[in-house]
Ligand binder design. Structure first.
Ligand SMILES: [Zn+2]
Length: 311
């Protein structure tokens, strides 16, 4: 029996899991992310925690296939990060440092890409080898998996779906500095922005006439049949559906997995995305499934484990 570790490094906590080769999670725990002094303690802390766990479980290092790690930054195939604002890192050869600290094999990936791999392995994309995951959170992230492999790209920025341009006329800036990015309309923050714009000139009665509207409020109101909320959801869905149709012309996935905080709204989201998708998708790309992510917070550790286990 071989084992491996899956590690999901976030700005406040590091989630960690011990896995059997077949995907069974034997143990899950968290440690604090110490980002001070350019995050210099992060990798030593992870290493110490893993070595401690090996001891606690009376495992042999030879039985560990390796350590997979997801980090919030673009990561090259070699496991190099050129700066992560969330972790305080500058240029860092994460793979090399972690291998030296632990004496075990390591694989490093971008957190959103790694979460996509997790959903392909054990979640909403299970059984598929060609999949696109879209994570609708504070921002919009994503992961593109082709033939079972994450698309990393030349700069480690493959799968940055949130920054596809979907509106050439936009004057407001995206967090990335461009204008008209998908993230500006379909992240939790983007949905709130759409709602505020809509409500400025709205005379109809709506459940959304409240102090501060959230993305959740919008979809709760959609479920209750609120006309204004439904129109906001249609705008959201049009941007996302058309963006995914463009993406499908390149990646041709079998399934789109929708994750992140916004996806907690549930199945109600899917038709709003699927209808405009079908209106714009290339004919050969129309037969694609839309599924919700199912692993929640475990997607990161699962995908990180899969990164090291390989196909
Ligand atoms: Zn952008």
């Amino acid at each position: 029996m071989k084992y491996c570790f899956g590690v999901d490094v976030g700005g406040t906590t590091v989630k960690m899991g011990l896995f059997e080769e077949n995907g069974t999670i034997l143990d899950k725990w968290e440690i604090v992310t110490h980002t001070e002094e350019e995050g210099k303690a992060i990798l030593p802390d992870i290493s110490a925690s893993i070595l401690e766990k090996i001891k606690e479980k009376k495992l042999n290092k030879d039985d560990i296939a390796g350590i997979g790690v997801g980090v919030p930054a673009p990561v090259t195939e070699e496991g190099i990060v050129d700066g992560s604002a969330n972790l305080g890192w500058n240029y860092k050869n994460v793979r090399k440092e972690l291998e030296e600290l632990t004496g075990m094999h390591a694989e490093i990936g971008n957190d959103a890409n790694v979460a996509a791999l997790g959903e392909m392995w054990k979640g909403g994309g299970a059984g598929q080898k060609n999949m696109v995951m879209v994570t609708l959170g504070t921002g919009v992230g994503g992961g593109i998996i082709i033939g079972g492999r994450v698309l990393t790209g030349a700069h480690g920025a493959g799968g940055e779906i949130g920054h596809i341009c979907v509106n050439y006329e936009e004057t407001d800036s995206c967090g990335c500095g461009n204008h008209g990015c998908l993230e500006q309309y379909t992240s939790a923050t983007g949905i709130v922005r759409l709602a505020k714009k809509k409500l400025e000139n709205e005379t109809r009665n709506t459940m959304l006439n409240i102090e501060s509207v959230s993305a959740k409020d919008v979809f709760d109101a959609v479920k209750a049949g609120d006309e204004v909320a439904i129109e906001i959801a249609e705008v959201f869905g049009r941007y996302l559906g058309h963006g995914l149709a463009n993406l499908a012309a390149v990646a041709d996935p079998a399934v789109f997995v929708i994750g992140g905080g916004v996806s907690k709204a549930g199945e109600v989201l899917i038709p709003y995305i699927q209808k405009p998708y079908l209106e714009r998708a290339f004919f050969a790309d129309k037969d694609v499934k839309f599924a919700l992510a199912t692993l929640g917070n475990d997607a990161g550790i699962c995908g990180a484990a899969k990164l090291v286990l390989g196909d």
